[in-house]
Structures are given as structure tokens and as C-alpha cells.
Write a protein that binds this ligand. Structure first.
Ligand code: DQQ
Length: 586
């Protein structure tokens, strides 16, 4: 029997007392709590407790945005913002470069773009790739020029017969788009060109992030030859009170079949998505709408907007995301930067900062009202030692340990079924903000239907854990409302971390549909997918006790109503990420 049943009251009692400092725990695990001091007792095996096993990260230093993902000759290319000189962001950042056959294992290459010319001497900032006719990749990126202005530059591969595209040549005509008084673009707010798309009039378009006063702007440029670009006079799309829009991503999605579409696709079965990253709040919003190619205007559908009333890819630590069309598998793939929640000092001790999330396939949901995301299927190759959870009802107030998995590096997928809704709490109409609701009603607050879900990266006596869970409410119009939370408040005894609790409403009807939850747990990151990818929350956590072999995984239910659970958990193998060939042979 893979699960052991614990008495829950003890857990809650213990954890509440612990969190209020009423009980202090002693014991062998406690000695591991200073992992960052590097004076590790021999029992604490983890020299780098927070380095991930299957998420993309280079061996050291700072990374941020994914840039210009593309597939070329069946090789996936990942470029990313990288500071080769330290663990903090620096303006003279470069485009680092890795390639992969499966989007899981990666080999490093030399940097693709370094500051070198007057048009980018102060930094090679974010941008995107476009595959031109004849399978010719091109990269548009923002250069910080010698005057510290943001300008847009173009680069091509030096050798198209090299599937690894190891060398890139910046064209001598750069910069191709510049901010001027005449075009009324502010030189500090003109960056991150999107992938270009081709209209039926044979002209190329791309959008660039900007702002005017506090209005976020997506500025449209057009070109006939990919070299000469002119700003289109009207605004492609904008939103008030947003501040600077970074990293705009504009792409089509199919509303008739579960496939991804090339960026230039348009037509009756197509909707469009515009994603923007808000510099002021570090949140991303996306809208679903209609792209009118004749007028070159994007109109979000009613109710789709760039605000907390709108849609987010991820309600946790996820920013500056970028998608691309994978022509080998007819899918669109999205990934984003997951910034640290640790202090700058702890980053220095770690020697690195920033991860990329697991690439996700994105599709338009059947409702047409939102996207759904799911970790790429290739990730499942890393799954091993499957543990099947016995199909049981977890009674209200119980906690079950999932034994037999490496809980610090795992993948767990469960489904909850509810048959009795009698004790559902009523949703107060003022509870409109899911993040605030999750903070008020964190995992320790008993409820009617929920909280139920997972305790991940949990220490032996539950002094530390991250809780990913659901609560179900009934609204005044008698509809059930599903709230998904990722509660980091007890994730670490180290008080220097940002432990914000995140939340999202999930559009699932729990009376007629099963409610699923998948969490990818990888030492310092927990990526959770609720309602089969309708809501995603990524959290960064730094346990001091729940490290490597000292980590446990639980299912729990602290509601009054029992919930039936089924599913599996897997230990995850370590991916080969940016290791040198020598290390790979070891
Ligand atoms: N990061 C880049 C910018 C972009 C920002 C600089 C978003 O191009 O706007 O590293 O994180």
C-alpha cells in the first residue's frame, strides 16, 4: 500500500502551533536549516538544494526572458536573456543559446547575440524569431544603442546548413526601427518585437511593446521586404492604466480543432490572442479576439481585457512569456520566465537566479473563452516509478502521504470527485479577487467543500510545506465557483523569501465535471495546472528542511465534506540541461 494514513488533527495542531512559534522542533532535520551557509552537516546531502532537476537553467548567473524560440531542421532553439557576469539583471544583457531534440534535454552553445555594435552596444534585449519563406530563420531583437535608446535590429544565421544555428550575423542596415519625435515613440519605451506575420497582401507585420503616459501600447509596423519597416499610423491595440507593455505576443488559435497554427494563419476558423507583459506589476494578461486584416486592427472579445478581470496564462511567478509554432508537431508552445522569490543575498549564495518554466502546449478551450495549457508530452519521458493512488474518499480532516516517490522532484496528477455539495460555503459577492481570497482562506482555514489538494515540498513534521488546493463555493445565483490556490505562506522557515499566496478561479462545473490537478515539483519550483490546464499557478519556494530526501508529498482535505481522489505520482529523472559533454559521460 503506497499510502499511509495520518491523523490530521495532529498535523494541523502541530503546524499551527509551529507556525505561531508555540512549539520548536528539534531533531536531525533541523540541523539542515542553514543550507545556504554552505557549512553542511553530512546528513544534508544537498549542496545546491534549490537547483532544479528538469527545469531549464544554466549552470550559473542570472537569466530572464525566453527569446525567439524556434524549430529549425528538427532542432529546437531556445535563446534567453542572460547576464554572463553575475546573478542580478544588468542592462548589457546577452542572448544565450541552447538547443534540444525534445524540449527537455538541452545542450549549450556560444551566445547568439552580444552587445557589439553602436545599435546594441549597451545590451541585446528581448525579441522573437520568424521563419521566412524558404525555411530561413530571422531574429528581431531590441538593441540598446550608444545613446541608450531602444531600437529594433535584425540578425540572420551565418550558416543555414548548421542545424544548431551557432552563429548569427547582425545585418549592416541596423537599426531598422527607431524611436523619433516624429513617430512619437519614447526611446525608453520601445521594445520586444514580436514574431512577424504575413498578410494576404504579402506584407509583413509585427508589433512592438510601448506606452504613452500610462496607456500600454502595441505598436504595429509593416514591411514589404522585411528590411524596410514603417509604423502604421493607428494603434493596433492599447489599454489605459496599464503602463509599459513588454514582450507582446500575437498569434492565431484554431476554434475548430486541437492543433496549433502558424503565426500567419487567418480565416473563419481562427481566433487571435494578444498577450502583453506589464512592467509595472510583473503580471501578464492575454485577450482573445478578432484580427481584422483589412483594417489591421485587433479587437478583443467582449469581457476580454488587460486587467485583473481578464485572463492570465499563469497566476503565479511567470513573466515575459513567448510562444512559437512547432511545425514538426503542429502545436503552439509557450514558455515563460519564473523569477526567484528569494532575496538578492540568497541569490548570490546560490550563484544563480531565474528559471524557465516547462514548455506548455496551448490551445483554445472548447468554450472559446480562454486558453488551456498543458506541459509538453515529452516531459513524460522523465517519469519513473509510478505510484498509483488508491481510489478512496479522503474524508474531511485527513491527510495521506504519497510514499514511494522522490517528493522533491516529482510529477503528480490527481482527479477529485465530489458527490455531496451540502456543506458548500456561500461566496460573499465581495470576494472577487482570487488571490486575496486564497490569502484570507489559506490552507490552514477549515472550510465546507475544501480546502482539498496537495501538500508538496513538505518537511517531516510539517513545519514547511506548500499547499496547492481547491475550495468550492456557491454563488448567489446558485452556481458553483471553484477557487484554486497555491499557498506559500509556510513554504520555508527562511523569512527572507516572498511568500505571496496566489489564486485563480477555475471555470469547471464540479457537479458535472471532474476536477483535476497536476503539479510539477522540482526543488524550488512548483508548477500547478488546475482544471486540465484552465488555470495555472507557478510558485517559487525555498524550503530549509524539506530538501531532497527529507521531502514528503501528501494529499489532504480540510473541508467538512469527503472528496474522492484518484491519480498517480511519478518520480522525475533529472534532465540533461546545459551540461558539458564531459559531464554527460560521467
Ligand atoms: N526584459 C528585457 C526587455 C523586456 C524585459 C530586458 C521583460 O527587453 O522588456 O532584459 O522582462
Amino acid at each position: 500500500m503506497a499510502l499511509m494514513i495520518f491523523s490530521l488533527r495532529i498535523f494541523f495542531f502541530l503546524s499551527v502551533l509551529l507556525s505561531f512559534g508555540v512549539i520548536e522542533l528539534e531533531g536531525s532535520h533541523h540541523a539542515c536549516s542553514n543550507l545556504l551557509n554552505l557549512e553542511l552537516p553530512s546528513t544534508c546531502q544537498a549542496k545546491e538544494p534549490y537547483r532544479t532537476g528538469y527545469h531549464f537553467q544554466p549552470p550559473k548567473n542570472w537569466i530572464n526572458d525566453p527569446n525567439g524560440p524556434l524549430i529549425y531542421k528538427n532542432v529546437y532553439h531556445h535563446f534567453y536573456q542572460y547576464n554572463p557576469h553575475g546573478v542580478a539583471w544588468s542592462p548589457n544583457i546577452v542572448w544565450a543559446h541552447s538547443t534540444s531534440n525534445d524540449l527537455v534535454n538541452w545542450i549549450p552553445h556560444d551566445d547568439a547575440l552580444n552587445p557589439s555594435e553602436p545599435f546594441d552596444i549597451n545590451g541585446c534585449w528581448s525579441g522573437s524569431a520568424t521563419i521566412l519563406p524558404g525555411e530561413k530563420p530571422a531574429i528581431f531583437y531590441t538593441g540598446i544603442n550608444s545613446e541608450n535608446e531602444q531600437v529594433q535590429n535584425l540578425a540572420f544565421p551565418k550558416n543555414l546548413s548548421d542545424p544548431f544555428l551557432r552563429e548569427w550575423v547582425k545585418i549592416p542596415q541596423n537599426p531598422l526601427m527607431i524611436p523619433t519625435e516624429a513617430n512619437q515613440i519614447n526611446a525608453d519605451s520601445f521594445r520586444d518585437p514580436s514574431t512577424a506575420w504575413l498578410g494576404s497582401d504579402n506584407r509583413w507585420r509585427l508589433v512592438i511593446g510601448s506606452k504613452q503616459n500610462q496607456t500600454g501600447l502595441a505598436i504595429l509596423y509593416m514591411s514589404e521586404d522585411f528590411l524596410h519597416w514603417t509604423r502604421v499610423n493607428h494603434t493596433f491595440h492599447s489599454a489605459k492604466e496599464n503602463g509599459m507593455w513588454e514582450c507582446p505576443d500575437f498569434f492565431p488559435v484554431s476554434n475548430s480543432s486541437p492543433i496549433g497554427l502558424d503565426t500567419s494563419t487567418n480565416g473563419p476558423d481562427v481566433k487571435h490572442v494578444l498577450k502583453v507583459s506589464l512592467f509595472d506589476t510583473a503580471k501578464e494578461y492575454y485577450t482573445i479576439g478578432t484580427y481584422n486584416l483589412d483594417k489591421d486592427l485587433y479587437n478583443p472579445d467582449k469581457g476580454s481585457e488587460e486587467s485583473d478581470l481578464g485572463l492570465r496564462y499563469d497566476y503565479g511567478k511567470f513573466y515575459a512569456s513567448k510562444s512559437f509554432f512547432d511545425s514538426a508537431k503542429n502545436r503552439r508552445i509557450l514558455w515563460g520566465w519564473s523569477n526567484e522569490s528569494s532575496s538578492a543575498n540568497d541569490d548570490i549564495k546560490k550563484g544563480w537566479s531565474g528559471l524557465q518554466t516547462i514548455p506548455r502546449t496551448i490551445l483554445l478551450d472548447e468554450s472559446g473563452k480562454q486558453l488551456v495549457q498543458w506541459p509538453i508530452e515529452e516531459l513524460e519521458k522523465l517519469r519513473t516509478k509510478q505510484v498509483r493512488l488508491p481510489r478512496i474518499v479522503i474524508e474531511g480532516g485527513s491527510l495521506h502521504e504519497v510514499l514511494g516517490v522522490t517528493a522533491a522532484q516529482a510529477d503528480i496528477e490527481v482527479t477529485f470527485e465530489i458527490s455531496d455539495f451540502e456543506k458548500t460555503e456561500v461566496l460573499d459577492p465581495s470576494w472577487t479577487d482570487p488571490q486575496i481570497l486564497c490569502s484570507k482562506k489559506d490552507a490552514s482555514v477549515y472550510g465546507g467543500l475544501g480546502p482539498f489538494g496537495l501538500l508538496v515540498l513538505a518537511s517531516e513534521s510539517l513545519q514547511e510545506y506548500t499547499a496547492v488546493f481547491y475550495r468550492i463555493f456557491k454563488s448567489h445565483n446558485n452556481k458553483y465557483v471553484v477557487l484554486m490556490c497555491s499557498d506559500q505562506s509556510r513554504s520555508s522557515l527562511n523569512e527572507n523569501n516572498d511568500k505571496t499566496t496566489y489564486g485563480a478561479f477555475v471555470d469547471v462545473d464540479p457537479v458535472h465535471e471532474k476536477l483535476s490537478l497536476r503539479s510539477l515539483i522540482d526543488h524550488s519550483i512548483v508548477e500547478s495546472f488546475g482544471g486540465e490546464g484552465k488555470a495555472c499557478i507557478t510558485a517559487r519556494v525555498y524550503p530549509t528542511l524539506a530538501v531532497d530526501g527529507y521531502t514528503s508529498l501528501y494529499t489532504f482535505n480540510y473541508g467538512k465534506e469527503g472528496v474522492k481522489i484518484t491519480g498517480s505520482a511519478w518520480s522525475m529523472r533529472t534532465a540533461k540541461i546545459n551540461r558539458s559533454r564531459k559531464e554527460e559521460n560521467e
